[in-house]
Design a protein around this ligand. Structure first.
Ligand code: HEM
Length: 526
């Protein structure tokens, strides 16, 4: 039956008819209902009220970090082995077992500090978050394009982000505030040497690396655990921008990286990455000069060779920004059997934070949204809450939304073999730094490994930024960089009009414990 509302308004116009959210046809979308042509509106004007009030609620809070991003979909294909060795020796996670096994993925790339419409050419880490829709439920690998982070304890995250975000008074990102904080945070030096080098402005999302950054665990079928770090390597190579290149791009387009990704996929030029893992036996590794649970450190590739475990190709763009980008929700707690947490003190804080913010930002039923729903069956006794979209099936008896029950409902799954896993952990409750901090060696090595133009770019960018801070902060930053590498410290100092002699008198920071090697370095600073 054709409703009168579906009859063409103009002969030959067979486009579908506009309705209200209640399904009522809209006969006039240009004029509100009023008493007389010039008269007052009436409150029963449902169509107008619905349209305006829905518009008023179009935005959800933007992410507190990583607000601007681009999403694409694709497939991950496992290698199943490296050389003769099956990956099953290290993890029982199903998605990695068979060569050629494919898992659907959603990926969100992002900048960190700017708001939802900010520039994608900013000097800023880039997010690289992957949701694997596995047969065992979802696995999220929430990483960045730089292999290390500013801090190693989650309790400092709000502070580092406040320092990097706009000033609460001027609402400008202020290098003086950033370096004020960093000068008191020696563990940030390795990240700063990366961030202020050209790597701090990836050219596009398609040409950036990804790193899990935090240390996770792999568990095999016998319950044996290994520590693991994840790396994504782009097939198109890694490309970065200098500050000048970035400024030129930003002058014409704030969203060049989202556009590049979208256009490439539309043109059939599908971006791809190889996933590699570094593995370490599970333990403290006292022989290393860093702690394997310290996310300000990389694991040397000579000792811990990255091994390919699969390839990811992105071949599908979003069909809607809001439902697939704004509302997609990743978290470090979203793991499948065979993949686990470590005691990394950042990871534990992150794991709380993601789902906490998503319950606020998207709503308590955010996991019912199609982009977040696992492709594995979901059966819970959770119910209600704002925007509950459906009720999970609870089995034969719809009255039983609890467990245990002898009259129906859901049952527990059998325990996986070797549910107890990993080394035994014993200790007193305390608040303490990791014993091996070694905040400077790897930052110095990173500088030494750069090409000369990258070193020049790094020094120039650091001098520009630190130059805006007060003199005490400048002195402390030169002190830190001298501790990392003589040349780096000298060159940053030169740019700021400071020599090693100007900063030699500075004592270590309060609470900073220097190793014997570091004390020797301090005695011969510069
Ligand atoms: C996003 C917290 C460290 C990568 C977020 C969000 C929060 C958060 C609250 C917003 C999530 C949302 O609204 O959906 C934290 C905390 C950290 C931390 C508390 C430290 C304790 C890190 C580190 C990395 C990282 C070390 C890199 C490995 C990301 C990425 C996103 C994100 C990629 C964006 C996810 C997306 O695209 O939706 N983080 N973060 N974060 N974080 Fe972290």
């Amino acid at each position: 039956m054709t409703d009168v509302a579906d009859q063409p308004t103009t002969p030959g116009d067979d486009r579908p008819v506009l309705t209200t959210r209640q399904g009522h046809p809209v006969h006039d979308n240009q004029n509100q209902r009023t008493v007389g042509a010039r008269g007052p509106a009436t409150l029963e004007n449902y169509q107008l009220l619905e349209k305006i009030s829905h518009f008023d609620r179009e935005r959800i809070p933007e992410r507190v970090v990583h607000a601007r991003g681009a999403v694409a979909f694709g497939t991950f294909e496992a290698t199943g082995r490296w050389g003769d060795e099956p990956i099953a020796r290290y993890t029982r996670a199903k998605l990695f077992q068979e060569a050629g096994a494919r898992t659907e993925v959603a990926v969100r790339f992002s900048t960190v500090i700017g708001g939802r419409d900010s520039s994608e050419a900013a000097r800023d880490p880039r997010g690289f978050a992957v949701k694997f829709y596995t047969e065992d439920g979802n696995w999220d690998l929430v990483g960045n394009n730089l292999g290390v982070f500013f801090i190693r304890d989650a309790i400092k995250f709000p502070d580092v982000i406040h320092a990097l975000k706009p000033d609460p008074v001027t609402f400008r990102q202020e290098p003086a505030r950033i370096f004020d904080f960093m000068s008191q945070t020696p563990e940030a030096m390795h990240m700063l040497v990366n961030l202020f080098s050209p790597r701090g402005i990836p050219a596009t999302y398609r040409t950036q690396q990804g790193f899990g950054v935090n240390t996770y665990r792999w568990v095999n079928a016998d319950g044996v655990t290994h520590l693991v770090k994840y790396h994504w390597v782009p097939s198109a190579g890694v490309k970065s921008l200098t500050g000048a290149d970035a400024a030129a791009i930003q002058a014409g387009d704030l969203g060049h990286a989202s556009k590049d990704l979208y256009d490439a996929i539309e043109a059939g030029d599908f971006p791809e990455w190889e996933l590699r893992v570094q593995l370490m036996t599970d333990g403290e590794h006292p022989e290393l000069d860093f702690d394997p649970l310290d996310d300000t450190k990389v694991w040397p590739e000579n000792d811990f060779p990255p091994r390919p475990v699969g390839r990811m190709v992105l071949d599908r763009n979003v069909t809607n920004h809001h439902t697939q980008n704004e509302q997609i929700a990743f978290g470090t707690g979203v793991l499948v059997d065979g993949l686990d947490f470590s005691d990394d003190k950042m990871l534990v804080g992150r794991t709380f934070s993601y789902s906490d913010t998503q319950r606020y930002r998207v709503g308590p039923n955010y996991l019912q949204l199609p982009v977040n729903q696992p492709q594995a069956p979901v059966r819970t006794n959770q119910q209600g809450g704002p925007m509950a979209y459906h009720v999970d099936p609870t089995g034969s008896n719809p009255h039983v939304n609890y467990e245990p029950s002898i009259t129906g409902g859901l049952r527990e799954a059998p325990s996986p073999a070797h549910d107890e896993q990993g080394p035994e952990v014993v200790g007193r409750l305390t608040r303490a730094r990791l014993p091996r901090t070694d905040d400077y060696t790897q930052a110095g090595q990173r500088y030494q490994l750069m090409e000369p133009w990258e070193q020049d770019d790094l020094v120039g960018n650091l001098v520009d930024g630190i130059g805006e801070a007060v003199r005490e902060v400048q002195e402390r930053m030169v002190w830190h960089f001298l501790m990392c590498d003589d040349e780096l410290g000298r060159r940053v100092g030169e740019g700021l009009g400071l020599t090693a002699d100007d900063v030699r008198h500075l004592p270590p920071l309060a609470g900073q414990t220097l190793s014997d090697d570091e004390l020797a370095r301090l005695a011969n600073l510069g």
